[in-house]
Design a protein around this ligand. Structure first.
Ligand code: ADP
Ligand code: MG
Length: 476
């Protein structure tokens, strides 16, 4: 079945014409020109950016349905948007490519809670008091879907587990699914993508995304307002609960206690839990043991820093989604120079757009370089434990492997302790992870090392000078 773009579009129009009022049809559909059909992507030309926005807001559902009917399930829509007041030298209109955002209506469709009639007293903590009807808004951001989540070595396991969970919530061994990783590596995006997938597959399931801080605030308010039971009931109704940034619960015993009960209730009823945090659960501080042991019941998947290829793919995807075309060398330059996290990568791209529109400058590698310099100097590179070990070993003139080994020789032990001390003070790594990466020690050894170094600095002037010198080397 090799239909041409004109044929496909004609068939779509036939259906659309029957469904929408004829004035709307004339206004919004007659001016559209079908351009091409390639790899199941249908490209249509629309007369202005406003037109594009309007179609995406009002008619995306019907467009999607008719196009899929014509081309198949993996049909995609792309727009060529004519930019007003701009044309090429030869008089042709200047157009910009935009993919359909393909916002699914299901994503944020509220669900009527079945308990509403039988238990009218339950209050939804997301709703302003006084409003009676409970609408269940999942609080998902439609842009955080799997389609926009680029796959790479860094997220392969977490991503595929997420797809499994979203396809069969509560029905896999991955319950809870715990996603951990440093800030800006995609925890929130992935967790929400799972929720969106569930809503696409099972529109009537109650999905709820909530950040741990928000949960904590709601809980405190429920105590103050004397409706803790409503709070509990509300959360116990959810089919898929996504709790973001669980580490925020550290030291908050009452909140943990309440969450523990909600967790048990949901888990026992076969409901899905998806949690994120910034450390592996074993390293979470101030967390109740019984809660930690629950976290280990399911799957713990981490998100690593993306490698060069993945960074490149993310940049390309982002620019494509934003309808911006950039020379390949710009992507390469950014991917090479910004490696810490994906949020920074995106920020660089946005700042580049902004500067080029503000100053009406073309986006060049030179502009990118200036911007990256500013960005990097303002976010000062974070030191790594490996770098610290290297500097310390260079200073004491010993090989790194020796320090990594089991030797108890005095000068080696001291170099090891100094490395631990700096790792503790200059990185965000936990004691346990510092220990495991320096000579395979435990967190108590690291703690002891830090104390020893502090004591020696107080009592030994020569040692203090050494530490200051090493610190200077670390900070250049
Ligand atoms: P975290 O919650 O871990 O701090 P976020 O989920 O907020 O990180 O991600 C930061 C930004 O990076 C978001 O804009 C997100 O869309 C983007 N991002 C993260 N991972 C990916 C990925 N694999 N592909 C595309 N964009 C990503
Ligand atoms: Mg987050």
């Amino acid at each position: 079945m090799n239909k041409s773009h004109t044929e496909v579009w004609k068939n779509c129009l036939k259906i659309i014409r029957d469904i929408i009022p004829s004035v709307s049809y004339k206004t919004w559909f007659e001016p559209i020109v079908p351009l091409k059909l390639e790899n199941n992507v249908l490209t249509i030309q629309v007369p202005s950016p406003f037109f594009y926005e309007y179609l995406e807001e009002q008619y995306i559902d019907i467009l999607r349905k008719t196009i899929r009917r014509e081309i198949g399930a993996d049909a995609k829509l792309e727009y060529n948007v004519i930019m007003e007041n701009a044309s090429y030298a030869d008089g042709k209109p200047y157009t910009v490519k935009y993919p359909s955002r393909n916002k699914t209506e299901l994503n944020n469709k509220p669900v009527q809670v079945p308990f509403e009639l039988t238990q009218p007293s339950i209050k939804n903590p997301f709703v302003i008091p006084g409003i009676k009807k409970i609408h269940f808004d999942p609080k998902l951001n439609p842009d955080y879907n799997f389609n926009n989540f680029v796959e790479g070595e860094c997220n392969r396991l977490a991503r595929s587990a997420g797809i499994a969970v979203g396809t069969n919530p509560g029905g896999t061994a991955f319950n809870p699914m715990m996603i951990y990783g440093d800030s800006g590596l995609g925890k929130t995006h992935l967790a929400q993508a799972i929720g969106i997938l569930v809503k696409e597959r099972y529109p009537d399931k109650i999905v709820l995304y909530v950040n741990a801080n928000k949960f904590q605030t709601q809980f405190t308010e429920s105590i103050r307002n004397n409706n803790k039971n409503d709070f509990l009931h509300f959360y116990q109704m959810v089919d898929v609960l996504i709790l973001d940034d669980v580490h925020e619960f550290g030291g908050k015993e009452k909140t943990q206690d309440t969450f523990f009960h909600i967790f048990n209730h949901l888990h026992q009823s076969g409901k899905q839990l998806i949690l994120t945090c910034d450390k592996p659960p074993v390293e979470l501080q101030g967390m109740e043991q019984r809660l930690l042991s629950r976290f280990k019941w399911g799957l713990i998947a981490d998100l690593q820093r993306p490698d060069y290829e993945t960074r490149l793919a993310i940049l390309r995807k982002k620019a494509y989604n934003d309808g911006i075309e950039l020379p390949e060398e710009i992507f390469e330059y950014l991917a090479e120079n910004i490696s810490n996290n994906i949020r920074e990568l995106e920020a660089a791209l946005i700042s580049l757009y902004a500067q080029s529109t503000l100053n009406r400058k073309e986006i060049t590698v030179e502009l990118a370089r200036k911007m990256v310099e500013k960005l990097v100097s303002s976010t000062r590179k974070e030191l790594t434990i490996e770098f610290i070990q290297k500097v310390v070993c260079d200073y004491y003139k010993i090989p790194v492997e020796l320090m990594q080994g089991k030797t108890r020789k005095r000068e080696i032990v001291q170099a090891r302790q100094v490395s631990m001390y700096f790792s503790k003070n200059l990185t965000k790594a936990s004691l346990a992870s510092i220990g495991s990466r320096i000579g395979g020690k435990d967190h108590a050894t690291v703690l002891h090392a830090c104390k020893t170094v502090n004591n020696l600095m107080d009592t030994d002037k020569h040692f203090r000078t050494q530490i200051n010198e090493i610190e200077k080397k670390l900070k250049v």
